[in-house]
Design a protein around this ligand. Structure first.
Ligand SMILES: Cc1cc2nc3c(=O)[nH]c(=O)nc-3n(C[C@H](O)[C@H](O)[C@H](O)COP(=O)(O)OP(=O)(O)OC[C@H]3O[C@@H](n4cnc5c(N)ncnc54)[C@H](O)[C@@H]3O)c2cc1C
Length: 336
């Protein structure tokens, strides 16, 4: 356990904001959790890839570095893994796909830690982590004991889980259990670009590793690299709106894309499309900007502060609300 004061968090948040934490601690051993003095404001930091610090943090930042991957059992077509939460998600996907275990290959190249992944039920290319989760183990910071939640108890939804609601800031996720396929894999290849890339590469036999490599290649080409220009991926969730409102909007905007949701009466609209229609792609506000190719990604263009980025996000929300009567929700966690 290492402890620092007045720590600059620039290198450990993907917006690369020069936020300072009054206190900062690295936790690399589960046993240290029981000894934490939490009678003060605190924040759990994973890879810092889904957060926006608006101000300096006047409290304790607990940085999770609890590492370790274990195979626990094999039953029929399934392999079960227990992974400590401080592991890198990208490293985990590489490890399992190298072994040709299936289930999370479409989630390749998402930054952050294993512990951060269930918080918003990470999703990409038609797959969500919820589909492979067996359990999530956490340390209850209030009652000072370990809890194990089954997949159902995690209440996973679209970029959502119990960890963003009832358990927000109350637990430290220490470990997750995944159930992956060994042979008969359930590939999801329908998402734009995957099949085309398989054809372009003339691939005869697909495998989890092949899919993970293709997705890494597509994502590298498409998404701005946070090491080059600070960002936290999609800033807003894609809104789910009532079909009535969608039908009304479709009369005015016949090209508006709509996607089905798990709820019959709701449809999903890409937030990036809404932002683009407001003429905000590439829009600059102080040091922050809407990425010129991705309206859903806000970037630290020129020494932005957290406040610059939040102000830009609010300008976007206001414009989308005025034009479409749709309320955008943040996907990124805003820390005030
Ligand atoms: C370029 C880029 C692309 C991205 N693409 C995607 C994508 O395709 N799909 C997607 O879903 N997301 C995507 N993201 C968002 C992000 O990578 C994921 O949400 C990731 O899982 C966040 O993990 P983290 O460890 O960085 O969490 P952090 O950003 O450190 O934290 C996020 C939240 O989780 C809490 N938290 C973190 N670890 C723990 C823990 N151990 N216990 C309790 N609470 C914890 C924090 O307190 C905070 O509230 C992208 C981000 C970037 C920068």
């Amino acid at each position: 356990m290492k402890h620092y004061r007045n720590k600059d968090l620039c290198k450990i948040n993907t917006f690369h904001l020069h936020t300072r934490a009054r206190e900062y601690m690295i936790i690399d051993d589960i046993k240290d959790l029981a000894t934490l003095d939490l009678n003060r404001k605190y924040f759990i930091l994973g890879g810092g890839s889904n957060i926006l610090f608006v101000n300096d943090f006047d409290g304790l930042v607990i940085h999770n570095k609890i590492n370790g991957i274990k195979v626990t059992k094999e039953v029929n077509n399934y392999i079960y893994l227990s992974i400590n939460s401080g592991e890198s998600w990208t490293k985990l996907v590489k490890f399992v796909t190298k072994n040709n275990w299936g289930g999370i290959e479409n989630l390749a190249y998402i930054p952050g830690t294993v512990g951060g992944a269930p918080i918003q039920n990470i999703g990409a290319y038609g797959v969500e982590i919820a589909e492979s989760v067996e359990y999530v183990k956490c340390f209850d910071l209030i009652n000072r004991k370990f809890l194990v939640l089954t997949k159902d108890e995690c209440n996973f939804g679209y970029r959502d889980s119990i960890f963003k609601k009832e358990l927000k800031n109350k637990v430290f996720i220490t470990e997750i259990g995944l159930k992956l396929t060994i042979k008969k894999h359930n590939y999801k290849l329908d998402y734009a670009g995957i099949k085309e890339e398989i054809e372009r590469r003339k691939i005869q036999k697909i495998s989890p590793e092949v899919i993970a490599n293709i997705i890494t290649y597509i994502r590298r080409k498409k998404l701005p690299n946070p090491n080059k220009i600070g960002n936290a991926g999609s800033f807003f969730k894609n809104p789910e709106i009532e079909k009535n409102l969608a039908n009304k909007l479709l009369k005015e905007y016949p090209n508006m894309p709509t996607y089905p949701t798990n709820t019959e009466s709701l449809v999903k609209i890409p937030a990036g499309w809404l932002i683009e229609q407001c003429g905000l792609k590439g829009y600059v506000h102080k040091g922050a900007a809407v990425h010129q190719n991705h309206a859903l990604v806000l970037v630290n263009k020129n020494n932005a502060t957290g406040r610059d980025i939040l102000e830009l996000a609010n300008i976007i929300k206001k414009n989308v609300k005025n034009k479409f009567d749709i309320e955008l929700e943040y996907e990124v966690n805003i820390i005030i």
